[in-house]
Design a binder for this molecule. Structure first.
Ligand SMILES: C[S@@+](CC[C@H](N)C(=O)[O-])C[C@H]1O[C@@H](n2cnc3c(N)ncnc32)[C@H](O)[C@@H]1O
Length: 209
């Protein structure tokens, strides 16, 4: 048995709804790139134990990580989610509604960089960020997260091990971007950070200005 399987079997309670979201994603021919259960449970744990109320997700797909995070929020908590594709947004929105969060989630469709600029112009602020979209843009998403972060905000980013490729020199733009992102997070004077080796790697940082 591999480590993630042991963790999933021992600690994770993936219910019927979460399983159904992944099945629907497969049926629709969408890519099977939702976070693994251990990462969903870690996001839930971080949001719950840190009493977060305003979550910003970058990359919604079918709403799998969105449901994990929304379930950790208090009754007045809000999830804002950015997604490139309107059809993916539709599925994520339907799944969040099915999970009981219809009025507590807002989707912005289009390139995340544009949506982030819009949120910044509006003066939006968040206390939790989950970055899980196009890897080449992670450094840019970090810059925006820092502009939109309340003091004490937590920034989490998925796929920061890139299947282990971050350990070595690489010509792949996605791997190079994640290496730059991890360096940026690790060396930022106002971030306290760590890379959790679960799933494909979850980099977590707290913004302490
Ligand atoms: C790994 S999936 C997100 C999975 C989701 N967080 C989950 O675990 O359920 C990445 C998503 O980012 C979206 N995406 C890719 N590039 C994007 C961009 N430039 N702006 C916004 N979303 C983007 C993709 O359409 C895809 O739905």
């Amino acid at each position: 048995m591999i480590l993630d399987e042991y963790l999933d079997q021992t600690f994770i309670h993936e219910d019927r709804l979460l399983i159904a979201i992944k099945e629907e994603i497969a049926e629709k021919g969408m890519p099977p790139i939702s976070v693994p259960p251990i990462t969903g449970a870690t996001l839930f744990w971080l949001i719950k134990t840190a009493s977060r109320r305003r979550v910003l997700e970058i990359g919604a797909l079918g709403g799998y990580s969105g449901v994990w995070m929304a379930r950790a929020l208090p009754d007045d908590g809000q999830l804002t989610s950015l997604e490139l594709r309107a059809d993916y947004r539709d599925l994520a929105q339907a799944n969040l509604a099915r999970a009981g969060f219809k009025n507590r989630v807002t989707y912005l469709v289009g390139k995340a960089a544009e949506s982030l600029r819009l949120l910044w112009e509006r003066g939006a602020q968040f206390d939790f960020f989950f970055i899980d979209a196009d890897k080449e843009s992670y450094p840019l998403y970090l810059d925006y997260a820092l502009k939109l972060a309340e003091p004490g905000a937590i920034i989490a980013a998925d796929n920061t091990l890139q299947g282990g490729k971050v350990l070595n020199m690489s010509n792949e733009p996605a791997v190079q971007a994640i290496q730059a992102f991890n360096q940026q997070v690790a060396n930022h004077p106002q971030l306290t950070s760590l890379l959790l080796p679960i799933g494909d790697g979850l980099t977590v940082a707290q913004y302490c200005p």
